[in-house]
Design a binder for this molecule. Sequence first.
Ligand code: GLC
Length: 774
Amino acid sequence: MKTITFNKQTKKADILCTGYRSLPGLKSIVKYTKYTYRREGMFEDKNWDAIFKKRLARHYDEMKWLYSELYHNDQQAFDYFCEMMHDYYEKRSPLLKEWDEAREASPDWYKGNDMLGMLMYTNCFAGNLKGVKKHLDYIQECGVNYLHLMPLLESPKDRSDGGYAVSDFRKVQPELGTMDDLAALADDCHTRGMCVCLDFVMNHTSEDHEWAKRAKAGEKEYQDRFFFYDDWTIPNEFEKTVPQVFPQTAPGNFSWCEEAGKVVMTTFWPYQWDLNYANPVVFNDMTADMLNLCNHGVDIIRLDATPYIWKEIGTPCRNLPQVHTLVRLMHMASEVVCPGTLLLGEVVMEPSKVVPYFGTIDKPECHMLYNVTTMASTWHTVATHDVRLLRHQMEAVFALPHQYTFLNYLRCHDDIGWGLDYEYLKQFGISEVPHKKYLNDYLRGLAFGSDARGELYNDDPRLGDARLCGTTASLCGIEAAEYEKNSWKLDRGIGLDIMLHAFLLTQSGIPVLYAGDEIGQLNDYTYHEDPIKAEDSRYLHRGDMNWDNAALRNVEGTRENRIFKALRQLEEIRAEYSVFESEADTWIIEPWNDHILAIGRYYNGEKLLAFFNFSENEQTAWVNEYEDYYDLMTGERKAAKAITMPGYSFLWLMTTFNKPFVKKQHPKLDRKPVENIVIEEVEPKKTTKKPAAKKTTTRKAAAKKPAAKKAAEAKEPAAKKTAAKKPAAKKTTTRKTAAKKAVEVKETPVEAPAAVAPVEAPAPAAPAETPKAE
Ligand code: GLC
């Protein structure tokens, strides 16, 4: 039991006691000490900006409590932490502060159904940061408004783990550019209504990081920032309970450090040294590094390897309670310094371990988490053609609060790990090891009927635990079909690819594409010849963007064109209909066919039935829904009764209640700043209705398009500024014209032009059995 030390003279308590709630009689004292803080606390008398103080006051008690619990009442460290936050608040630019304000006023700014992410390696996509900036038009054309740049901070070339071994958190890898380039890119993105996400690799540093170098040189203070041991006794104890991340390529969790003559903890590669967050200096300085990135315009911080950041002997060193405390503290620190900055947790764990990282609704931790289980279950379904596991997984997701935002994806820069619900699969006679083998065989094209082209990753023959790599298109069989010049197979592969994306876009949350997937980019086998990459098969799907192929997106009938066009259409439909909003009710529909996944969504008078046929053969969804439905892709009427679907196809059927169904024109969304479109192209409408551009001045829009706000307040229209910067805008006449039409359609749905074909849907009374997520 801990005691509270309360100094009667200074009227200050040193710390609130751990678990005071369980100490009878002490609650009132604690309350009193809290009151004392407020009156004579360490920040009340500071000459700090009122906004900062207000934000700090909101979180101060909780922060102090958690911090003190973790760091044994280290008042000095906590004071330093607060000073540090203030320092970064002061350094934050006035423009970024304006965005903070706008986003604070609209905290759900990132939850709209028009969010679309893309993740990319800067060098693979465009060589360097300036190159990415040059390609922003393309990124916008893809409909992307959330750009995730993979790690780009300084990292030793031959020991970088794809940039995840950072040697300097304040410096961009020189070949990629500078911190100023990063800030300039972020600024450009913001002007276009895009936000920027960057990795923050907080679990470890590179062995070339300043701290590691000083630790190697024998400085105890720096060794204490890592986990150093004189011999293998304690490391061996750890090894008894800590699983291995790279059992084949980097076995074990510790490495011998020759220079220091000691053993150091290296959960990932031997050159990635685990940081010791039990040392408050580490937490303080790493949080400062994170805030520094935010001050360079980064809107979303991806907390790399989140579950690993606290270590304790005798545990698996994953998901320990202290991890949640640290993430909560970082969440609060960002709310104090740069509200509107989001934390994206990389929690690649079994489902029950993932959701707690959202925290609770009133004490949130991560704003967003990767939907890793749905991703892995999707590929399981591709390989088995049986949707039961995926259905089970979707039911679990649907049961979660709508406030939880998942980042949905088909492929990312990492392998596919087979973290499936094996307990559930047991009932079908499926057990873990043979099943993983089957999945890996299928997705490498070794099983009957499979044209997938993947490669194994970290095959651990002892555990039978290999994972899998490959691009979406190659895993869908497109690579094999093109190699064989088999157009029938190509159609099938493209069908599967598009169907998977349709499924991705049906889910609540933020869909994220891996750059290149929008044109069906294939595997890159050249890594086999590169000695630095050869050991790591994840490079198979991290190939350079092929810009010649990207140009083919405009050539009718090419693979690139077919996929690009289809994805754009899906994305635009998603952005257009509110039934895709995260607040929608979602539920599973029983189609009496285990090859078809059927999902329902309902929101705001719109009801969607989505069907995905994971079989390569024709299948029937045995449903019998009585409303009048329209196919969202074609606008045609279609009954939702005994629906027969071709192999690898999908269907989005929609009905509306108490309002007409309107099939909008596509492609219609243009991500150019709306002001741009209106001023340059659109004649003032002869209608009494408000021009569409005005709509974007709502708070939500302002939060999404900070440039608009910036310009408005600087009394210089954003459109003018953007147009001045971007004369190239004139080139995009056709897209803009489409956008103009879109605006018109949005404003006047019932009087839309003939091509839009509004169809009066019968308007039944609001459904008595409004579907609910169960
Ligand atoms: C994350 C990254 C992965 C990297 C690892 C170590 O899991 O996604 O690419 O190897 O962290 O930093």
